[in-house]
Design a protein around this ligand. Structure first.
Ligand code: SAH
Ligand code: SF4
Ligand code: F3S
Length: 445
């Protein structure tokens, strides 16, 4: 007779807002908590611990956090033992203020304090006191939370740096993620090796500005060198990185797209605006001409490269002419994909103190035009692939249609196709049958 051992672990529910860095932080938080008697749940109603990993890059994501928090009050009223924690960039920005504003919140943990979370939870349980830990550090202790390998079988993020020193005039990241710090290359390589031993085929190296990796480390260490080392790790078949800052994208690095088979033909290269005066006010450190030159170089060494970007519309002082210049840049580069946003004032940033704020209605109109325009490019680029063969890393069953498998091309496009899930983790040739705006449909060859 078999006896089942009761699972005494408590349930943790985590909701993530914001960028890939936050997604990766959430993965690490879950893994860390699994080692501390928690198991993850997708059902918020059965959670003993609810965590929100937050983003404050614009007003909208920040508002979402507050409305999500508002909805948690009912759950806390029903179950006073429920512990609620807020981490990430809003937590870093607001600190104690969040505890004051939200009476039923138990834990606030900043972007450098993820690894302390199990201790903070213990403290709340033992003392019943509410805790806040948002110290920013300048040692590599902050990378502790990243030493835990992923459980995903196909692909994984790998953090290579934290923070940012660029202080683009609109951006809150340097204030909420701290100063730029590179993780030791030995630790990164160890992690990638461990991931490859676990069967991971693709790694995405993460940082706000990966091109400047190595600053503050051993003099010889650069992103170019780091990529060289990662390229030699057996088992890893694909390498990606994000985000690249155009001002730091060296010719040396561009040349790697023509040299390394493992380096996927995709670069996310945020341009932000097509007008030099706006770029200058944004303190981006490059001109439109510099940007176009880099794109041309990339296309020269790697004609199939897919280039995606970020654009902000309605930066303070942006005129109709400036905006037209952005559309003109889009015509020249023909981005494969684009994330676009209305400029949003952020506390502490220089841009928030600038004159010439653009009316929200005009920002909305510009965003609408820009997005409609980009759709044409995205779809046209996808249609170009119809009938062509693409190499796809199979990620498993599609979440939206479990009858199908899903994966990504080297250019980072989603492909859905029929097949046996036993091929998950394999790289297979797929013939593209139909192109849509956000995905492709294909057939295994
Ligand atoms: N490190 C990356 C981007 C980080 S934030 C880089 O240097 O490009 C992601 C994107 O959010 C930015 O590229 C920018 O387009 C947008 N963004 C940042 N601050 C913003 C603000 N205040 N208002 C609107 N969009 C913003
Ligand atoms: Fe923000 Fe600029 Fe740093 Fe990117 S490079 S995170 S936009 S300050
Ligand atoms: Fe948002 Fe913080 Fe990322 S502000 S975009 S979660 S670094």
């Amino acid at each position: 007779m078999q006896f089942e051992t009761a699972d005494l672990r408590e349930n943790v529910y985590i909701r993530t807002f914001g960028c890939q860095m936050n997604e990766h932080d959430s993965e690490n938080i879950l893994r860390m908590l699994e080692d501390h008697a928690y198991r993850s749940t997708d059902d918020i109603n059965e959670a003993d611990l609810i965590l929100l990993n937050t983003c404050s890059i614009r007003e909208k994501p920040e508002h979402k956090v507050y409305s999500a928090l508002g909805r948690l009050k009912k759950l806390k009223d029903k179950n006073p033992k429920l512990i609620i924690g807020v981490g990430g960039c809003v937590a870093q920005q607001e600190g104690e203020k969040l505890l004051k504003r939200v009476s039923y919140l138990d834990i606030v943990f900043g972007t450098h304090n993820i690894y302390k979370l199990p201790k903070l939870i213990e403290e709340v349980k033992k003392t019943n006191r509410r805790v806040c830990e948002t110290t920013l550090y300048d040692t590599d202790a902050i990378f502790k939370a990243y030493s835990i390998p992923s459980k995903c079988k196909v692909k994984s993020y790998v953090t290579i740096m934290q923070g940012c020193d660029n202080y683009c005039s609109y951006c809150i990241v340097p204030y909420v993620r701290g100063k730029e710090m590179s993780r030791k290359s030995e630790d990164i390589l160890k992690e990638v090796k461990r991931l490859s031993e676990m069967g991971i085929k693709e790694v995405t190296l993460l940082g706000q500005n990966v091109n400047s990796y190595g600053k503050g480390l051993d003099k010889e260490m650069t992103f170019y060198r780091l990529l060289h080392s990662i390229n030699t790790i057996k088992g890893i078949k694909r390498i990606r990185f994000t985000t690249s800052h155009p001002k730091d994208l060296s010719d040396e690095l561009i040349s790697l797209f023509g040299e390394f088979d493992k380096l996927c033909e995709h670069i996310h290269l945020p341009v932000q605006s097509g007008s030099n005066s706006v770029l200058q006010a944004m303190k981006r450190g490059y001109t439109v001409e510099d940007y176009i030159e880099k794109v041309e170089k990339l296309k020269k060494v790697c004609p199939d490269i897919s280039i995606t970007s970020d654009i902000i519309v309605g930066f303070p002082g942006e005129t109709e002419k400036d905006f037209e210049k952005t559309l003109e840049l889009m015509r020249i580069v023909k981005f494969d994909g684009l994330f676009s946003f209305k400029y949003s004032d952020r506390v502490e940033t220089k841009a928030s103190r600038l004159h010439g704020k653009v009316d929200d209605c005009i920002k909305g109109k510009r965003l609408h035009i820009l997005q409609a325009y980009q759709k044409l490019f995205t779809l046209a680029k996808n249609i170009e692939l119809e009938g062509k063969e693409q190499e796809v890393l199979v990620e498993g069953r599609s979440k939206t249609n479990p009858e199908r498998l899903t994966g990504r091309t080297r250019s980072n496009r989603v492909v859905n196709f029929e097949g046996d899930s036993a091929i998950t983790g394999r790289i297979v040739p797929i013939r593209i049958k139909k192109a849509y705006l956000n995905s492709l449909k294909g057939e295994i060859i």
